[in-house]
Design a protein around this ligand. Structure first.
Ligand SMILES: [Zn+2]
Length: 177
């Protein structure tokens, strides 16, 4: 069975970005649960790093992922700091090519929501990218502190991001059959 690990960024004492009455930790969880729902409907095995607003340190996320040993890991974050658009990070290692393939599919699906893309970014400084032991992408769906938030201010809108990530994952597995 195809296995996917979803790391749900921040949580508990660490809310992540805060702007426009949105908490990044909450947005990340809504997206992850919507993504999980679609993947489960398609018979995939899914594990989330957290399912509630609890502490979720990156080191524990990565350890849980390695124990689960999935074919794919998706790390869900959202952005702040002044900017617009989706961006997606991938590692530069043995998993680079397969990670880029997923990142491109994610970008395509996110554009269909009307969200622009800042593109794919390679990054080996992020702990997730250094330590991953399977193809991995880290998604930054939207900026909480720019006009972007109009695309993701309700839970329903946030769920559309999660569903788009799920479609990309399903296409990635489909291409590898
Ligand atoms: Zn974050």
């Amino acid at each position: 069975m195809n296995k996917v690990f979803i790391a749900v960024g921040h949580g508990g004492r660490d809310p992540g970005a805060l702007a426009n009455n949105l908490r990044e930790a909450d947005c990340n969880l809504v997206m992850a649960l919507a993504m999980e729902q679609v993947l489960l409907q398609h018979g995939l095995e899914v594990k989330l790093s957290r399912r509630t607003d609890c502490n979720n340190p990156v080191g524990e996320e990565i350890a849980a992922c390695q124990q689960f040993a999935p074919e794919l890991a998706v790390v869900i974050h959202n952005n702040a700091g002044g900017g617009r658009g989706f961006e997606v990070f991938h590692p530069v290692d043995a998993y680079m090519e397969e990670s880029i393939a997923l990142a491109l599919l994610m970008e395509q699906e996110i554009r269909l929501l009307g969200q622009r893309s800042r593109g794919l970014k390679q990054n080996n400084r992020l702990r997730w990218m250094r330590k991953c032991t399977c193809p991995t992408v880290l998604c930054e769906g939207f900026f909480l502190d720019s006009d972007d938030y109009l695309l993701a201010q309700t839970e329903e809108q946030q769920a559309t991001f999660g569903k788009a990530y799920a479609k990309a994952v399903l296409r990635w597995f489909e291409e590898r059959k």
